[in-house]
Design a protein around this ligand. Structure first.
Ligand SMILES: NC(=O)c1ccc[n+]([C@@H]2O[C@H](COP(=O)([O-])OP(=O)(O)OC[C@H]3O[C@@H](n4cnc5c(N)ncnc54)[C@H](OP(=O)(O)O)[C@@H]3O)[C@@H](O)[C@H]2O)c1
Length: 101
């Protein structure tokens, strides 16, 4: 490749995990950014209400949205959730699990 992209955006969330392609892209030195991290507008209910995700979130003392965002970060995926709700925006920037709060 003569010109390597700096960043690739893919749909990435627990129902669209892209486990094969993410490390492939990262190994080329390209940043992976996930879009629709919470399932996309109008489609978040299923993901945020998923019993397995809810159980994981409860075990770590975080919300389902925070568990999903942390899952992305631990895969090295840049994640930018969309929200027009100030409480959600605050929640999405908090890292409760990391500091045991
Ligand atoms: N490159 C591409 O082709 C592509 C395609 C799609 C999207 N994107 C990008 O991906 C980003 C995210 O997309 P998106 O906003 O459509 O989808 P999203 O981040 O998966 O979901 C946004 C939805 O989640 C809700 N939400 C956010 N935080 C929440 C929380 N803590 N608890 C409960 N609900 C929460 C929001 O509702 P509230 O407003 O009520 O919080 C909103 O309805 C955007 O920057 C977008 O431009 C890129």
């Amino acid at each position: 490749m003569d010109t390597v992209p700096a960043l690739v955006q893919n749909e990435i969330h627990p129902y669209c995990q892209e486990n094969g392609v993410i490390p492939f892209i990262q190994e080329l030195g390209i940043v992976v950014q996930g879009w629709y991290p919470l399932g996309g507008r109008g489609h978040t209910g299923e993901l945020l209400g998923d019993p397995v995700i809810s159980e994981i979130a409860k075990a770590h003392g975080v919300s389902p949205a925070q568990a999903i965002l942390r899952w992305n970060l631990q895969k090295g995926v840049v994640v930018i959730p969309g929200s027009g709700n100030p409480e959600h925006i605050k929640e999405n920037t908090e890292r409760k699990g990391e500091h045991g709060r």
